[in-house]
Design a protein around this ligand. Structure first.
Ligand code: ZN
Length: 436
């Protein structure tokens, strides 16, 4: 066997990281299954990217059944707290909100979006997020090209599940043409915009044809669309039902952006699998989550981010955005507290792209502010998020048969959740991308 001391003397980042046939990780403290016990002095064995053993004690490389030509990497994390790779259920990887955003909409090509997105993807992985769900991407096929390019190993980033274009009513939150002149708006037209049952079935099928892993719709108005359309329901109930039934008939889960309570409740009644944001949810909403076994993705970081912008007269928000941001931002923490206290299942999601890519882990402290224990917040970003994405066979815990996705920090995130804002070690599919 060929022994590769991959991290010895390495700088913080391993450029061009590559797979080895075997990896052994010596974990001083191991939270293999969030919600369970923290184990000490364990070895994680990874073969061809998959976890094949979680053993007591520090296993030697000689204990592997490696052939002479096999490569083996040993990672000494005896002084670290090791846990599953983090999962962000709500990102927008092809863009990041900035004062030039509206100009960039007409300046940047789809290729520009993909290249910019590759940078955001790398930053996200380095922050410890080994899997993300992209829920609405500017830039045509850029997000699908990024997803597939990362899977092939052409570029570095988290495993991506992508929705493609957001399903939205004309003039609604996911129709990004507001405020542009008509001929430009025609160029910017999205395949996700639909009105009426037949049109909405077609829009969903079109995203599936383009390669969508799931369907995202905007059930209500939203903060950062350039329109004073309030924050309430935008699709009618027959349209919502058409979207859910069409997506489900093609094996796709559906998630709904929703702020106003009528939109939240209508989406849940129509069979949606998760609610993003959920700002004005009430007791009735909480009851409606149960029959669908639906998740809430609270995106508290987005709430904090837009509230900060609203409070800053020099920020780049347009008047309709500013008014909505001031209204929504401060409400989100209490919303998450109410949902969590009443047993709504929560999956970790940030809306990064509104906030800066790579700052995703700031969401943990906000979830703890909303009443979750640090262990519950970690579970929301691992075991629960994996269930939410329908990927529990692949990710979410460090157990035999799953992908070799793990992160490590020096401190104890169960004592101080902000430890996760500074991840020291990142491995995805058995390949280390960041080391101590
Ligand atoms: Zn979003």
């Amino acid at each position: 066997m060929k022994f590769l001391p991959l991290l010895a003397g390495a700088s913080a980042m391993i450029a061009g990281a590559h797979a080895t046939d075997y990896s052994i990780v010596h974990a001083g403290r191991l939270l293999a299954e969030p919600g369970g016990a923290v184990l000490t002095e364990r070895s994680i064995i990874i073969e061809d990217g998959k976890i094949t053993g979680v053993l007591a004690g520090y296993a030697e490389t000689a204990s592997l059944n490696a052939k002479p030509e096999d490569t083996v990497a040993l990672y000494d994390l005896k002084d670290y707290f090791v846990m599953p790779g983090l999962i962000d259920s709500h990102v927008h990887l092809t863009a990041e909100n900035n004062p030039k955003g509206r100009l960039q909409t007409v300046e940047m090509s789809d290729a520009d979006r993909a290249i910019a997105g590759a940078g955001f993807a790398r930053i996200t992985l380095e922050a410890g997020f080994t899997t993300v769900r992209d829920v609405g991407a500017r830039g045509g096929d850029a997000i699908f090209a990024m997803r597939d390019g990362i899977a092939r190993g052409d570029i570095v980033g988290p495993r991506i599940f992508a929705s493609g274009s957001t399903i939205s009513v004309t003039g609604g939150h996911g129709d990004g043409t507001q405020g542009y002149r008509d001929d430009i708006a025609g160029v910017l037209h999205s395949t996700g915009v639909c009105d009426g049952v037949g049109s909405c079935r077609h829009a969903v099928r079109e995203q599936v044809r383009r390669g969508a892993d799931h369907i995202k719709l905007t059930a209500t108005a939203g903060v950062l669309s350039n329109t004073s359309a309030g924050l309430e329901q935008q699709f009618f109930e027959d349209e919502l039902k058409a979207i859910m039934d069409t997506a489900h008939s093609m094996g796709r889960k559906v998630t709904a952006h929703a702020h106003g309570v009528n939109g939240i409740n209508a989406a849940l009644r129509a069979g949606v699998d998760s609610i993003e944001h959920g700002t004005y949810l009430d007791k009735q909403s909480i009851r409606l989550f149960k029959p669908n076994d639906a998740y809430l993705v609270p995106t508290l970081l987005a709430g904090v981010t837009v509230a900060d912008w609203a409070a800053d007269p020099a920020s780049h928000l347009l008047p309709p955005q500013r008014a909505k941001a001031a209204e929504v931002g401060p409400k989100m923490l209490d919303m998450a507290r109410l949902a969590h206290a009443n047993g709504v299942k929560i999956a970790f999601g940030t809306d990064s792209g509104v906030s800066r890519h790579g700052d995703n882990a700031r969401e943990f402290a906000l979830l703890v502010d909303a009443g979750m224990t640090p262990m519950e917040a970690i579970a929301a970003a691992t075991i629960a998020a994996a269930d939410h994405l329908g990927q529990s066979d692949l990710i979410g815990t460090i157990t035999v048969g799953k992908s070799g996705d793990l992160v490590a920090v020096t401190g104890d995130p169960l004592d101080d959740i902000t430890e996760l804002e500074d991840i020291d070690f990142v491995m995805k599919e058995g390949v280390a991308y960041k080391g101590p």
